[in-house]
Ligand binder design. Structure first.
Ligand code: BG6
Length: 478
């Protein structure tokens, strides 16, 4: 008997929001927390982090008293979480993703035992979510490796760091057993086109910032992710562990076969992470690249079994648009993107491409046939407060267009577990350390220099999204 696809969001759809520890909590040196890379990025107007730091620069940033480091203070979620969760509950969210800051639990990363004060904070936070019937989704590492693991061990370049990460994971899986079910071992495994220090913790004077070294670090992170997946399953078979990527799929710049092949090549490279974490194997295109370049990524004989035994339960993606590539630009992989005149950009030059969301989710499901959890969806906006209100109709339009495409995707037959909007409450931007690049339904009165009352204001989009959740997206038209 044929059973047609649903035209509606599933009944148990996880509507929600996502943030990170370092973009919200602040209190960077409180209760024994160790320093982590995001604590070291100062705000500089108009500057996007270049993400290379030497050991000297790390030391200088830790001691710097002149500049403003937004993530050291963020929105003070460390203290305001009960009120903020109450607001999110009023918004109606069913699920909240945040990260646990590795540096709060293991300030230096290589201790034998966790810092009790750090555990206590996350106990309280997770209990508060559960009390409000909000499903916690936990990212184990979202750029928060203790900086001591960088300066002493060269970050993920060192295979030894896997053991420290596993010690941390074991504490989490045992301590939060029965309270947390959804785990994301690492945020956006595939950011190698951009990042070296925040993703890999490799100081630029200790490890040269080149593709071979990044692939070595990535190999170690992929192993850690697979080992964590297996451990999560061993400790509690109810645990569900994600393979997470930022979608970097490509459109061809033209219909020429050369450009189409280039887009396919980009997509095969981007699938490298999912191939390893979902299928348990390095894909052919990556093996060819490694061989042709003469790289040695430190692959050991036991690694086959680690990947085979630690396959992810679902795929999680963050979506901020797709790349466009040509036969020429693909030569610059992992940074081959060129402009696409058919796709809009926001005020911060980031893409806004709702149809691309449908394309991406279909593409992933066609290939991997696993449920997909959309864990970041949003666009940065310069909001203005007028008479105590924020009329953010552009945000409503953005979500309306994207949720229409998400509903289309569900009607295409793709199993989507949930949709977490990025930064449902305003938080510090990752790339530019700005507060004025806002994503939230809730405004936070803090500016780029850390000035402001910290007051929370519900934007116009708050009520709109509240209604979307309440009606389970019934009014989203397709
Ligand atoms: C994602 C990251 O790639 O992009 C988040 O996981 C980040 O940490 C988000 O905040 C949006 O980027 P930005 O730079 O606008 O904050």
């Amino acid at each position: 008997m044929i059973k047609y696809n649903s035209k509606e969001f599933p009944k148990d759809f996880l509507w929600g929001g996502a943030v990170t520890a370092t973009q919200t909590e602040g209190n960077w040196d409180v209760d024994g927390k160790g320093v982590t890379p995001p604590d070291l990025i100062a705000y500089e107007e108009g500057k996007t982090q270049n993400d290379l730091m030497s050991t000297e620069e790390i030391k200088a940033a830790i001691e710097d008293k002149e500049n403003y480091y937004p993530r050291r203070y963020a929105i003070d979620f460390y203290h305001t979480y009960p009120q903020d969760i109450a607001l999110l509950k009023e918004l109606g969210i069913k699920s909240f993703r945040t990260s646990i800051n590795w540096g709060r639990l293991f300030p230096n990363g290589d201790e034998e035992q966790p810092n009790e004060k750090g555990l206590e904070f996350y106990d309280n936070l997770i209990d508060e979510l559960i009390k409000n019937e909000i499903e916690p989704v936990i990212t184990i590492s979202h750029f928060e490796m203790p900086v001591n693991l960088s300066t002493k061990y060269k970050g993920w370049y060192s295979r030894e760091v896997i053991d420290f990460y596993m010690r941390y994971c074991e504490v989490l899986f045992k301590h939060f057993k029965g309270r947390v079910k959804y785990w994301v071992p690492f945020d956006e495994m595939n950011l190698i086109h951009r990042e070296s220090f925040s993703q890999f913790g490799m100081p630029s004077d200790l490890v040269e910032n080149n593709l071979e070294n990044k692939l070595i670090a990535l190999h170690h992170k992929l192993l850690a992710s697979s080992l964590a997946t297996k451990l999560a399953h061993d400790i509690d078979k109810k645990n569900k562990v994600a393979a997470m990527i930022l979608t970097n799929y490509a459109y061809p710049a033209s219909s020429s076969p050369e450009d189409v092949l280039a887009a396919q090549r980009n997509n095969q490279f981007e699938n490298y992470y999912l191939d390893v974490l979902v299928r348990g194997k390095y894909p052919g295109t990556m093996l060819r690249l490694i061989e042709e370049q003469g790289f040695n990524i430190g692959y050991q004989s036991e690694d086959d079994a680690i990947f085979e035994n630690g396959k992810a339960d679902f795929i999680s993606v963050s979506y901020y648009g797709n790349r466009t590539v040509s036969a020429e630009s693909i030569k610059n992989w992992p940074n081959p993107a060129i402009d696409n005149p058919h796709v809009k950009k926001n005020a911060f030059d980031w893409l806004e491409d709702p149809i691309g969301l449908r394309y991406t989710l279909n593409k992933i499901y066609d290939q991997y046939q696993l449920p997909i959890f959309l864990m970041e969806l949003g666009t940065g906006i310069h909001d203005k407060v007028e008479d105590g209100k924020v009329h953010d109709h552009n945000r409503i339009k953005f979500f309306e267009e994207n949720l229409q495409q998400l509903k289309q995707t569900i009607y295409d037959g793709v199993p989507i577990m949930g949709c977490l909007t990025w930064g449902p409450i305003d938080i510090v931007s990752n790339a530019s350390a700005q507060m004025s690049k806002r994503y939230g339904f809730i405004y936070v009165d803090i500016d780029d220099h850390g000035k402001g009352t910290g007051k929370r204001i519900k934007k116009d989009s708050f009520e709109w999204f509240q209604n979307v959740i309440k009606t389970n997206g019934k009014d989203i038209k397709i």
